[in-house]
Write a protein that binds this ligand. Structure first.
Ligand code: NAP
Length: 255
């Protein structure tokens, strides 16, 4: 039996790529689409909704969300409260919001996934960076995205930083008497190290973690050149969440 999927944000760059992926997999069925500004009532025979409230009681298994940071938390709550397992790629969640959603999913006995990055290479970069930070505690994260991205730093950079915080012994980097003569020049501080966000047209999603030590350096870099790079992770997420009873944060928990 196929897994029935709702795609929220289906007109966006990621949402439309996810629609194509779902349509191309015979184990999945595109059940409904959501966008508050959609004018059409259906898209290739699939019903289009403009208000999520109209999806209460709808027959579907999974809620794929590629919307906007300001609505993704409410959307994910709504999905869990209405029996849809969320697979959320939208970024910008706070740690508290993620903890709340994990608790709600456990109450509802529903699986789910919030993944700041669905690309396998990015997951590996995060793991390698956390491992390297044990030996190279001096590091900086540089994330680079297209100039339409709404949140900074990226969800991937935040997740990378959190994994590094778990593995690395705390260290406040930089000179003790360091001064910014231009505000923001040193980037955002996280646990004693810095995160920098670059926004340029032409980019998709890229990240470097640069490590420095006495007389040596190490650079880890991942590039998503095309949004297709995220789709095998979204596909895996959809097929895994329906088997589980609690939401997880990070695709690595499903690999
Ligand atoms: P986008 O092109 O702006 O698409 C977002 C879409 O969501 C837009 O079509 C928007 O419609 C729609 N939308 C807004 N409010 C909505 C609501 N309440 N319900 C349903 N749809 C709504 O953005 P994108 O580049 O696809 O990125 C979407 C999100 O995915 C961002 O948070 C981005 O950071 C994230 N992302 C995640 C990954 C990953 O691997 N996890 C990878 C890339 C991007 P309007 O334009 O009409 O407002």
């Amino acid at each position: 039996m196929s897994i029935k999927v709702i795609v929220a944000g289906f007109k966006g760059r990621m949402g439309s790529t996810a629609v194509d992926m779902v349509k191309g997999d015979s184990e999945l069925q595109l059940a409904a689409l959501l966008d508050p500004f959609a004018s059409e009532k259906d898209f290739d025979g699939v019903p289009v909704f403009t208000d999520k409230a109209d999806l209460v009681g709808f027959d579907a298994d999974v809620w794929v969300d590629f919307t906007m940071p300001k609505v993704a938390y409410e959307n994910t709550r709504f999905a869990l409260e209405n029996g849809f397992c969320p697979v959320v790629g939208t970024t910008g969640f706070t740690e508290k919001q993620i903890a709340d959603l994990i608790a709600l999913s456990a109450d509802q006995k529903l699986g789910g996934l919030i993944a700041p990055n669905f690309a396998i290479g990015a997951i590996l970069l995060m793991e390698f960076a956390a491992k390297a930070s044990k030996y190279f505690p001096d590091l900086e994260i540089i994330e680079l995205h297209h100039d339409k991205k709404k949140d900074a730093p990226s969800g991937t950079a935040v997740k990378t930083a959190e994994l590094i915080r778990e593995a690395r012994t705390y260290k406040k980097q930089g000179a003790e008497d360091e001064e910014e003569t231009l505000a923001g020049a040193r980037g955002a501080e996280f646990d004693g190290f810095r995160i920098h966000s670059v926004r340029l047209p032409g980019l998709v999603a890229h990240q470097e973690v640069i490590f420095g030590a006495q007389g040596e350096g190490l650079t880890l870099r991942h590039d998503s050149y095309d949004r297709i790079s995220f789709m095998s992770g979204v596909n895996l997420g959809i097929k895994e969440v329906v088997k589980r009873g609690q939401l997880v944060y990070g695709l690595e928990h499903l690999l």
